[in-house]
Design a protein around this ligand. Structure first.
Ligand code: BGC
Length: 271
């Protein structure tokens, strides 16, 4: 990739939630490589977010760090004020922030339930609502994009595949899928595109306890027909495409980036 100055997203302004590590960090870097100015949202750990910003700037890109808990209406509102103050508007929102708070169902606490729903689902609602309000206020800028705005919701294969021990997470991700499709339907006449990228097993901290042991990794690979665990860049490339006019006729879709995890690999030899 080039230095982004003539990239596919040149002049556009993006906000990526949960971008201080993992998939969000890779998305922020890839959007910047493609020429967008990028706000790197984080909830805690400003040092890591600043390091992402420094890395992007080091490669000639443009980025700032913005702190907010996406589950807080007040903090999300303040974050968008900062974004608009600094960059003038927003063209691309990537709802990436996500947590897992796993527990056997009968032991799941209300705190674990609420935390997953707040970050993984309510956060997508709050950030999308602010972005849409700003898209509508700003109006079309045809030199930048054929769309009024683009929202990409990072979901999961578990928006469809049930997942024992993760009832809160699966409920949130299933919710993200229908939330995304519903607002895509509602906002298409305004030329706002809303899509989801649903990753399978991507090598990050969130699932390190699984891929870090040879037994865990083998169990995981049995679920991935393509035969490898995903890399954060696999997801980031899909997000850049959905953010660009190359995907201009696509809205309300879920793009699974999962090496075939959604293909029910257990049925290759069963059923
Ligand atoms: C989860 C990972 C998991 C993957 C596949 C993701 O949504 O966050 O922990 O490895 O789904 O099951």
């Amino acid at each position: 990739m080039g230095d982004g100055k003539d990239g596919i997203l040149k002049g556009q302004r993006a906000l990526v939630t949960g971008a201080s590590s993992g998939i969000g960090k890779a998305i922020a870097a890839a959007l910047a490589e493609a020429g967008a100015s990028v706000a790197v949202n984080f909830r805690a750990g400003g040092d890591k977010a600043n390091a992402v910003v420094d890395e992007i700037r080091g490669r000639g890109g443009d980025a700032i760090a913005l702190q907010a808990d996406v589950g807080s209406e007040y903090e999300v509102h303040e974050m968008f004020l900062q974004m608009i103050k600094h960059y003038g508007s927003i063209d691309i929102l990537v709802n990436n922030a996500g947590v897992q708070k796993d527990a056997p169902f009968h032991e799941m606490t209300i705190e674990q339930w609420n935390e997953a729903i707040s970050v993984d689902l309510t956060g997508q609602f709050l950030c999308s609502r602010e972005a849409v309000r700003e898209f509508m206020r700003r109006g079309m800028v045809p030199e930048l994009s054929s769309a009024l705005g683009k929202i990409i919701c990072i979901s999961s294969v578990h928006d469809t595949i049930p997942w024992a021990g993760h009832a809160n997470y699966a409920a949130a991700k299933g919710g993200v899928k229908m939330f995304m499709k519903t607002i895509a339907q509602e906002l298409a006449p305004l030329k706002i595109r809303v899509n989801a990228v649903s990753p399978g097993a991507i090598k990050t901290e969130i699932n390190k306890s699984v891929w870090d042991t040879s037994e865990g990794l083998k169990g995981l690979l049995d679920l991935i027909p393509y035969g490898r665990i995903g890399e954060v860049e696999d997801v980031a490339r899909a997000v850049v495409w959905l953010a660009s006019d190359d995907s201009d006729y696509i809205t309300g879709d879920v793009l699974y980036v999962d090496g075939g995890m959604m293909l029910y690999p257990e049925f290759r030899t069963g059923g």
